[in-house]
Ligand binder design. Structure first.
Ligand code: C2E
Ligand code: CA
Ligand code: CA
Length: 243
């Protein structure tokens, strides 16, 4: 498991991490999720895998806190199959209980396609998660089947602007317009907004000018192992950031 920091763009502080799975394959080395997550989904292995991810992410977040590091949120990616599984809520509760992590430090990242599939069933699972105190964010926002009505129906905390918009926004006025519009909409709806895939100082400057709350990307840090992340929590990611 690797962890990539999420940065509060105004304070420069690490406010959370996204847990990203890796597979250390005996012959092929370190594999990225694109090389095995689709297979895990087809074979159903994503279910035990997802349970493990949840437990491990909660355990790690609690371990950092127990080590005296500033408390941060840990975000776990949730695939459609996991979200639809009957025991999903139970697994989330069990992971929180086993780790004794306060629910407000756990975040689930869900894509628009996961949310849109069956609005009624989705709504009740999301409300149950939200009642537990867990944070919910919409991943890859703007790339799926966007139905803006779910933003008022569902208890969403954060919109995560997809990296395809972020990577082009400083060159392409259309992408810039989409990013500013998503940030304004999030503000008006009192949602937190984070930009993913931030790679350059120019992109950061644009996001700061638009008053985007948070950022994540190689400009701040690549996904790193738990020990490196603990060190980053002590030193901060980039002394060049405004404080
Ligand atoms: P995602 O949720 O959109 O995750 C962000 C991806 O962007 C990660 O790729 C991350 O390493 C990469 N990234 C971060 N910053 C930058 C940047 O500045 N530039 C660029 N070009 N890329 C950046 P990764 O780790 O390869 O994960 C790919 C996808 O696999 C994730 O996309 C997510 O959908 C899925 N995934 C990863 N871990 C899990 C997991 O534990 N469970 C499930 N269900 N899916 C996962
Ligand atoms: Ca994600
Ligand atoms: Ca994403």
């Amino acid at each position: 498991m690797h962890y990539q920091p999420k940065i509060n763009l105004h304070s420069g502080a690490i406010v959370g991490v996204e847990a990203l799975i890796r597979w250390l394959h005996p012959q092929r080395g370190l594999l990225a999720p694109a090389q095995f997550v689709p297979i895990a989904e087809d074979s159903g292995l994503i279910l035990p895998n997802g349970r493990w991810m949840l437990r491990e992410a909660c355990r790690q977040a609690r371990a950092w806190q127990d080590a005296g590091l500033p408390p941060i949120t840990v975000a776990v990616n949730t695939s459609a199959l996991e979200f639809r599984a009957k025991d999903f809520l139970e697994n989330v509760r069990a992971a929180l209980e086993a780790s004794r992590l306060e629910p407000r430090y756990l975040e689930l990242e869900l894509t628009e396609s996961v949310l849109m599939r069956d609005a009624k069933a989705t709504g009740s699972v999301l409300r149950a998660l939200s009642d537990l105190g867990i944070k919910l964010s919409i991943d890859d926002f703007g790339t799926g089947y966007s139905s803006l009505s779910y933003l008022r129906q569902f208890p969403i905390n954060t919109l995560k602007i997809d990296q395809s918009f972020v990577s082009r926004m400083t060159h392409n006025p259309d992408d810039a317009a989409i990013v500013s519009a998503v940030i304004s909409m999030a503000k008006a709806l009192r949602l937190c907004v984070i930009a993913e895939g931030v790679e350059t100082a120019e992109q950061l400057a644009f996001l700061l000018a638009q008053h985007c709350d948070e950022g994540q990307g190689y400009f701040f840090s690549r996904p790193v192992g738990a020990e490196v992340l603990a060190a980053l929590l002590q030193t901060g990611v980039s002394p060049a950031l405004p404080h």
